[in-house]
Ligand binder design. Sequence first.
Ligand SMILES: [Zn+2]
Length: 327
Amino acid sequence: MSSFSWYGHRQFVYLVSISTEGFDYDKTVEYIPHNYIETRKYTEFYSTEPIFDYLKIDELKNQNLENLHFLIENHKNLADIGSKVPVWKVLTLYTSFPDNGMDFGIVDDETTKKILSVAKFFGIEYLTTFRHGKIKYNVFEALNGDESFAYYFELSRYAQSKNDKYWQIRFLSYALHYAMDLFQPYHIKIGEPLEVMQIIWNKEMINYLTNCHELYDSYLYFLLTESKHASQVRELVLNSKPLFVSGEPLQVAREIVIYSYVNFDEIHRTIKSTFGTDLTGNLKNFPPNFFVSFENSGKLEELYAKSLPIIEMMSKVLKGIIILNLK
Ligand SMILES: [Zn+2]
């Protein structure tokens, strides 16, 4: 039930923001202090300060929050321009903010609370981001990534109604984070039902499924950055047309959940058959160079083919969400 975020949030939103028709990404906005009553609980890591807005390229490099080289290389005018900030920068930099601890460990829904108390009984402790996924097995559901998306989308709309352009974009940036998380199949299912049942008596299974999740997070990032297909993948994002999912924000999130629910089995099966024993043992990290030899020997073709439609759909839906938000 661990839910690591995937590492490509910023890079992905950057590509989407510069290629969404009608979205004036170079327009500048001015920070005004947060003046919203939020109903959501946060940890001490939640900040409403303009922490990223005025960072220059060198300072961004030192943030060490995530690999920023891709952004820096692609947009050289990151430096200050008075007190105004380009919209793309707010949208892009804050989209990874929800992974910096602002809701670590906070549980909102009763089902998750119950599961955690059972897990604790078996000596399993979780400290993770329950608001970033939506676990679904048939009618059983837990976690509330869908509500997280809707919460920030509504706040963004509200900011727009107050003509607060800055917070409209910044809340939208948070909303996009949760939408992207819901596109990661491991944020919807953590394993096959039989594997999940084994978690209770087989701790190695927790490591195994967590490694699958972590590996796919890293692989999506690898596709955008260091893969031999990276330029094609970026082109795919840039050229995708917006898709408008109808309904209220919560309904939009639910549609994404169903999409990932359907994708899970194929992705999970492919990851298991491709990486075999690399997934067993202790918890692991999978840095981008982990994938290079697999890719060069042709072993990633199936996973690549199955991931492209997900990336394309994610681009389309994110563009649709941005356009919808502007209206
Ligand atoms: Zn996340």
